[in-house]
Write a protein that binds this ligand. Structure first.
Ligand SMILES: NC(=O)c1ccc[n+]([C@@H]2O[C@H](COP(=O)([O-])OP(=O)(O)OC[C@H]3O[C@@H](n4cnc5c(N)ncnc54)[C@H](OP(=O)(O)O)[C@@H]3O)[C@@H](O)[C@H]2O)c1
Length: 288
């Protein structure tokens, strides 16, 4: 697996497996199968509600000798908290306990709301204590990322944001490269929105190499130097999505993909009032 070196020297796999929206009863098996298929980066979050099952899949793979803990790169995320500086340390401990792990390889501030600075101070302390190898943020727009780098001693190693052919984030990538913050793409397939998997431009590019639309999209992210997370509950798609290291997109292919950029989220805007309201309600639900 190709790796990327983060700004604190930690190396991470460039392609990973995400468990968002995998039904609870299927998560442990999906994680185990993903590891069997060759994935080494596993991405979950406390708010997904499946940290425990993710940990069970990891434990089974380790117990059966498929991998060692050191070969895996496990990520979880801190959801919005009303008092993160006071509660984050406890929440990190809870994630570790629930997952059955001594440390996480990456831990992210999941959403750009509330006292992200307080959360960050707690995460920096946990990183210094050896509980988190790398720390970062998620869903930060470039302006917020720049402010966050400017006002903190330790800068984020990662910003996990939506990147896919409909929302390519070309300028955002330039800003992140300038500040040494690695982009990690969520929803690389836009969860299939705008009929991604049957898009004729992507299908035609793939046909030249005997590759699927999904493989073209992931290869495009690999060539851009972006870390990508793909999710599938189907073993044949897990295998397909990781099989992207034996072909190379040309400049012409990349120009054709560039023409698909709508420069807006295929889902929602994190600054839209109704969206912020939704997140605030979600926070109240999770704090109950
Ligand atoms: N930080 C954040 O706020 C955030 C937000 C969203 C996601 N994420 C992370 O990013 C990961 C990936 O994003 P995502 O799960 O939202 O979306 P995604 O990976 O863009 O799309 C997943 C969907 O595509 C289908 N699929 C996967 N491979 C396919 C293939 N080769 N051909 C056809 N269909 C395929 C899957 O169906 P099947 O499962 O049925 O195959 C699933 O419905 C998540 O699991 C999560 O870890 C983070």
């Amino acid at each position: 697996m190709q790796t990327i070196k983060l700004n604190n020297g930690v190396e991470m796999p460039q392609l990973g497996f995400g468990v968002y929206q995998i039904p609870l009863a299927e998560t442990a098996e999906a994680v185990y199968q993903a590891i069997q298929a060759g994935y080494r980066l596993i991405d979950t979050a406390s708010v997904y509600g499946n940290e425990k099952e993710t940990g069970e899949g990891i434990k089974r793979a380790i117990d059966e000798g498929l991998v060692t803990r050191e070969e895996l790169f496990v990520t979880s995320k801190l959801f919005i908290l009303q008092a993160p500086e006071a509660k984050a340390a406890e929440t990190i401990e809870q994630s570790l306990t629930v997952m059955g792990l001594d440390y996480l390889d990456l831990y992210l501030i999941h959403q750009p709301y509330g006292d992200t600075y307080g959360a960050w101070r707690a995460m920096v302390a946990a990183q210094k204590a050896g509980k988190l190898r790398a720390i970062g943020v998620s869903n930060f727009k470039s302006a917020k990322m720049i402010e966050f780098v400017g006002l903190n001693e330790v800068k984020p190693q990662i910003n996990q944001i939506e990147v896919n052919p409909w929302n390519q984030r070309i300028e955002d990538q330039e800003w992140h490269e300038k500040y040494g913050v690695q982009i990690e793409a969520w929803a690389p397939f836009a969860e299939g929105h705008h009929e991604l998997f049957t898009n004729p431009v992507l299908a035609e590019i793939g046909a030249q190499y005997g590759k699927s639309v999904g493989q073209v999209v992931l290869r495009w992210l690999m060539q851009r130097g972006i870390v990508a997370l793909a999710k599938s509950v189907r073993p044949e798609r897990m295998a397909e999505n990781i099989d992207v290291f034996d072909f190379e997109l040309t400049k012409e292919d990349i120009e054709k993909i560039a023409s698909l950029d709508m420069k807006e989220s295929a889902f929602f805007d994190h600054d839209a009032p109704q969206q912020v309201e939704w997140f605030m309600n979600r926070m109240l639900d999770t704090e109950k």
